[in-house]
Design a protein around this ligand. Structure first.
Ligand code: FRU
Length: 324
């Protein structure tokens, strides 16, 4: 008895059967499109990198057909080259890389590209464009925005007057050059503004910037602005100045604007302004999957920026539940 269904129930039964087949084949289809993506991160020392990894991982978790391999280059070019070689040898489906520096990583990025692996270069560029896509902020634009901010802060176009200490990020990396060039494009038009120091490499690090600033403060009794290529270095310079009681005489300007760091420092009055440099983490996963799925993607994806001052910092901090 039990095996035979009454006549009127036959159609729903077949419907169910059809649905089951549908589910089975749909799942089998997904199983065929499983991807392994390797991500070679330059370092995890700055909070910006930690946020970058978090955003990348949380986007990756949304895609059940994706296995993500993450390697930390530990601020070492040979280590990062070895991580890339590992991905090439494993024949991963796509590689994401945020290179420590341009020249030292160009060869291995090109090697992966030539081996037919889609490569996505993130935040810092290499020395040519033999890769699939670049994703990152427009550092020249950010440099110009910082330049315009400084000109306004020092008295306005044509009238601006003051001295600047510039602390470079890693000089072998493209963002440092773009952040300098964009800035210089604006302030070099102002005869009253002067950059006090020769280019000095802070390697994006707070402690190095502290040293650079401490030495400069000894040499120069008057510094109006510190323009550092990222927030940790602007903060390092702030600490050097506050250790000798000169922090109130100087406006410290940085780049990155992550909420718990740069934005909070602006809100606390330690930095004067910072410029948003979004991490490419989530976009990198989305773009790689788009490309692997056969969709067309652009050669460069530029992420937006924003200027953060004491006027808009509280809104951002509230949004992130960092202040009430
Ligand atoms: C982190 C970092 C950021 C900076 C970016 C530039 O390693 O130094 O602070 O904006 O890299 O590539």
């Amino acid at each position: 008895m039990g095996l035979f269904l009454p006549q009127r129930n036959v159609f729903p039964f077949f419907g169910l059967l059809l649905f089951a087949f549908g589910v089975f084949f749909a799942t089998a289809g997904t199983a065929q499109t499983k991807y392994v993506i390797g991500f070679s991160q330059a370092t995890t020392t700055e909070p910006w990198r930690i946020l970058f990894n978090q955003e990348l991982r949380s986007e990756a978790e949304k895609h059940k057909n994706l296995t993500l391999l993450v390697r930390n280059g530990q601020d070492s070019v040979p280590k990062q080259v070895a991580d890339m070689e590992e991905f090439i040898a494993r024949k991963v489906d796509a590689i994401l890389i945020s290179p420590k520096e341009a020249d030292g990583l160009t060869k291995v990025v090109n090697k992966a590209h030539q081996a037919g692996i889609p490569v996505f270069v993130l935040d810092r560029d290499i020395s040519n464009d033999k890769y699939t896509q670049f994703i990152g902020g427009d550092n020249k634009l950010i440099g110009r925005a910082a330049g315009n901010y400084v000109v306004a802060r020092l008295g306005g176009t044509g009238k601006a007057k003051g001295t600047i200490l510039e602390i470079w990020g890693g000089m072998k990396s493209t963002p440092a050059h773009d952040r300098h060039n964009g800035f210089w494009e604006i302030i070099s038009k102002e005869p009253g503004i002067q950059i006090l120091n020769k280019p000095q490499d802070g390697d994006w690090k707070q402690d190095k910037a502290y040293e650079i600033a401490a030495n400069a403060l000894e040499q120069h009794p008057k510094i109006d602005i510190v323009y550092a290529h990222n927030d940790p270095m602007a903060y390092g310079a702030y600490l050097a100045a506050s250790d000798i009681g000169r922090e109130k005489d100087i406006a410290f300007i940085g780049i990155d604007a992550i909420p718990g760091e740069g934005v909070m420092w602006v809100h606390e009055g330690k930095l004067d302004a910072t410029f948003l440099y979004k991490t490419p983490g989530a976009d990198a996963i989305r773009q790689a999957l788009k490309h692997l799925g056969g969709e067309k993607i652009e050669k460069r994806l530029t992420l937006p920026t924003d200027t953060i001052t004491p006027a808009n910092a509280p809104t951002i901090l509230k949004h992130h539940n960092l202040i009430k």
